[in-house]
Write a protein that binds this ligand. Structure first.
Ligand SMILES: NC(=O)C1=CN([C@@H]2O[C@H](COP(=O)(O)OP(=O)(O)OC[C@H]3O[C@@H](n4cnc5c(N)ncnc54)[C@H](OP(=O)(O)O)[C@@H]3O)[C@@H](O)[C@H]2O)C=CC1
Ligand SMILES: CC(=O)C(=O)O
Ligand SMILES: [Mg+2]
Length: 759
């Protein structure tokens, strides 16, 4: 049995976690209007008098609320904070970061809009009364981190009172995911559910729901032992009992978890950190299945298990180990499917369908574009891969589809879907491609870590970025700067630089200066530079020093730009680093707007390119798009479309298209065309001869000013996320950030530099 137990992802420091939550607008959510609110007319439509029309329509027919309001795509994540992860009862307010987190996961993974509501009461009746009247606002209610046994009463009562899905995620989400993982773990170890002996530690919301689902799937009740803080839940026990535990009490001599686990096949941990000891694991049956799902720290770590057993299948609730059994794999997709058919409830049929679809996904071959979500490793069904990872892009089509079908078949769908194939396509289109792209970049770099020079090492945001780079296991971060200044600045900012993998290099004191100076002089002596000019640049200018490090193999890539404007930084490094042979250096920006990703070029280098250069930019950008995982569809942009209106600038673009025709390039392109024709299928339909098979995903701009102006406007006014410009076509990886870059921007660029170092 394979035994990869090392942590497979990044761990984060407490400082990073706080900084992440505090940066920019505090918290993780904001509300964005979906309609224009600019003119008197907008106001009249959105508010009085126009708003009265949908009001009357909904009053007449409540189902119209799904047509005229957010209700159909809106879920409330509601908690009272009585069982926040495995941290215990820390109150409603303290639960807010988790609830905001669940809300953003709804959006990120399944495009479900969601809002967190923290209800400050531990009284079940008060809680029920607070939630029951919120029904008209939402398409579904996701209850979260409410402790047992109150959670059972609350959920059951709300399900009776409300006509929308009410789903306690810690119960059913967890049960569905662990059922999927367990179906596969049993298959891998050749076990039969009917004879498998299971011990579940934790008799709360998650534990009780899990064993109920397991028994419904085929586990024999007498083979399932439940434990809590008092030990085994046996028949006749009176201490710490309630009706939900009693329903699962068994006849047994075992009284402690250790006794219950002797010879057991499966451990389900839904309790607390450290509850499972190595000695207990030692006593389990051959090929034991250990799901240590307590968060944030599992009942036992994979490292501890690996020290004593080489035959265990190990899963945790965390994203930094293989086999993450966590309800994040369920709730976004389960609600997606339920909302899409306007289900009145989430019933057992829908839950079982979700569990089966999830289990099935892990058994399928992993196609190329999905392998990227697995740190570049193509996982194979087996001990280290019993369940897909949350970033698996297939989840968004497979799980909601299965849930929606089950809702229709079991008669709880108010709006059945007629064309399921089309629905599957619509689901895939909800994927956020850039997030997957960045994730893929990070995962690849983690497998092939790189040495990146952070040229402006004395700056606070650069130091933070370097620490984050190292913490995320992306490789070695080299901070260039004066040792004493870096350390002083770090101390003042409360940044701990004492980390393996983080180096400080002082250019002035480096023993490589002579070699770097010679190298620079060799390149610049016929371009007006004296030897002493080169010496000064190497000693005093960090971009020159950093570029020499990379050129001469002392580092793999550079990130710079926070202290110097873009073109100056680019000129600095271009003195030392050339274009790749046969390539042209260009800037590409990745624009993410409303779930759509578009690459824009050239956003950095060519001021007013001629036709030949525009064609080169197109080729370079298409190659980059492919390396990023997109099949390029290029629009050669202008202010005109196919000859109208005529003008010199458009003629250059037309000529560039003819040049690409002659070069017989192997990607889709067409133009010249205006941006709306490139991006809007209705505008594109006016030109039936167009050679693009769909809206463009790469926009080639006619000149630098239009590229730069449009991407910056999109970022500032359009609410788009813009990454870049990324430098493409250089012989060595260099990325230049903008003057106001945040530490997270700098780490992204460092990761991209490291990624391209391996490409
Ligand atoms: N991976 C995942 O997707 C999920 C993981 N979880 C994790 O499961 C755990 C429980 O959550 P939840 O059910 O919502 O919480 P609850 O408060 O409803 O239940 C907690 C249960 O754990 C028991 N327990 C606590 N500490 C121990 C211990 N040291 N030994 C034995 N039993 C113990 C309690 O015993 P008693 O009844 O005696 O008080 C109680 O039965 C948390 O760590 C949570 O993070 C939860 C949901 C999803
Ligand atoms: C994952 C989750 O919901 C929990 O640990 O509570
Ligand atoms: Mg939870």
């Amino acid at each position: 049995m394979a035994r990869k137990t090392e942590s497979s992802g990044p761990s984060v420091s407490p400082e990073e976690a706080l900084e992440f939550h505090a940066m920019g607008r505090p918290g993780k959510l904001e509300i964005v209007a979906t309609k224009p609110m600019a003119t008197q007319r907008d106001l009249s439509l959105a508010y009085s008098p126009g708003v009265a029309v949908p009001v009357r329509a909904i009053a007449e027919d409540p189902s119209r609320a799904f047509d005229y309001t957010t209700r159909g795509n809106m879920v409330a994540v509601i908690s009272n904070g009585t069982a926040i992860l495995g941290l215990g009862n820390l109150g409603a307010l303290a639960s807010k970061p988790v609830m905001e987190g669940k809300s953003v996961l709804f959006k990120r993974f399944a495009d479900v809009d969601s809002i967190d509501l923290e209800v400050d009461t531990e009284d079940a009746d008060e809680f029920i009364n607070c939630v029951r009247f919120l029904g008209p606002s939402f398409g579904g209610i996701n209850l979260e981190d409410i402790k047992a046994p109150e959670c059972f009463i609350i959920e059951q009562r709300l399900r009776e009172l409300m006509d929308i899905p009410v789903f306690h995620d810690d119960q059913h989400g967890t049960a569905i995911i662990s059922a999927a993982g367990l179906i596969n773990a049993l298959a891998v170890t050749g076990r039969d559910m009917k004879t498998t002996r299971m011990v579940c530690n934790g008799a709360g919301a998650a534990g009780i729901a899990c064993i109920e689902l397991m028994k419904a799937m085929g586990f024999a009740p007498e083979n399932v032992i439940l434990c809590d803080t008092k030990g085994v839940v046996y028949q006749g026990r009176t201490e710490g009992m309630n009706q939900w535990k009693s329903a699962h009490a068994v006849k047994t001599e075992a009284r402690s978890l250790a006794e219950a686990l002797d010879g057991a096949d499966v451990f389900l941990g839904l309790s607390a950190k450290g509850a499972l000891t190595p000695a207990m694991v030692q006593s389990m049956a051959k090929n034991p299945i250990i799901f240590a799902m307590a968060n944030p720290d599992p009942e036992i770590t994979p490292e501890e298990v690996a020290e004593i057993r080489t035959d265990a299948i190990m899963a945790t609730g965390r994203s930094d180990y293989p086999n993450q059994v966590n309800n994040v794999l369920g709730f976004p997709y389960i609600f997606r499917g339920a909302l899409d058919v306007r289900a009145t409830t989430i019933n057992d049929e829908m839950k079982i369908a979700a569990a089966r679809a999830l289990a099935e996904l892990a058994r399928q071959d992993v196609p190329d574009d999905v392998a990227a979500a697995y740190q570049g490793n193509r996982p194979k069904f087996g001990p280290n891969y019993i369940i897909p990872v949350p970033f698996d892009p297939r989840l968004i089509s497979a799980i909601p589809l299965a849930v929606a079908k089950a809702a229709m078949e079991s008669g709880v769908a108010r709006k059945p879907i007629l064309d399921l194939d089309r629905y599957a396509q619509e689901l895939s289109a909800r994927r956020d491609p850039i997030a997957s792209t960045l994730q893929r970049i990070y995962d690849r770099v983690r497998r092939q870590p790189k040495r990146i020079v952070f040229a402006e090492g004395e700056e606070e945001q650069v130091m933070r970025a370097a620490v984050s780079y190292v913490n995320q296991k992306l490789g070695t971060a080299i901070l260039l700067g004066r040792d004493d200044v870096i350390k002083d600045n770090a101390r003042n900012a409360g940044i701990d630089l004492n980390k393996p993998g983080l180096e400080i290099i002082n250019a002035r004191l480096s023993r490589r200066n002579g070699i770097y100076t010679d190298y620079l002089y060799e390149r610049m002596q016929r371009k007006g530079f004296l030897f002493r000019d080169c010496q000064r640049l190497i000693n005093n200018d960090r971009n020159h020093f950093a570029a020499c490090m990379v050129a001469l193999g002392d580092a793999d890539g550079i990130v710079t730009g926070v202290t110097r404007n873009y073109s100056t930084a680019l000129d600095d490094v271009r003195r030392i680093i050339d274009a790749k042979p046969g390539h042209r250096v260009i800037g590409v920006s990745i624009v993410l707007a409303r779930g759509r990703t578009v690459l824009v070029a050239d956003t950095a280098v060519h001021d007013m390119p001629n036709a030949e250069q525009i064609a080169d930019i197109a080729e370079e950008a298409a190659g980059f798009a492919r390396r990023m995982g997109y099949e390029p569809r290029l629009a050669m942009l202008a202010y005109s479309t196919f000859g109208h209106p005529q003008g010199e600038r458009s003629e250059r673009v037309q000529e560039a298209v003819r040049i690409l025709d002659k070069r017989r390039v192997d990607f889709e392109y067409d133009g010249e065309m205006a941006a709306d024709v490139a991006l809007n299928p209705r505008a594109m339909a006016q030109y039936p001869f167009i050679r693009l098979t769909g809206p463009a995903n790469v926009l080639i701009m006619p000149a630098f000013h239009s590229a730069s102006i449009s991407t910056k406007m999109l970022q500032e006014l359009g609410g788009s996320t813009v990454i870049g410009p990324l430098l493409v076509g250089l012989n060595k990886p260099v990325q230049i950030v903008s003057l106001n870059a945040k530490d997270s921007d700098i780490v992204n660029m460092a990761a991209i530099a490291a990624y391209t170092a391996g490409n």
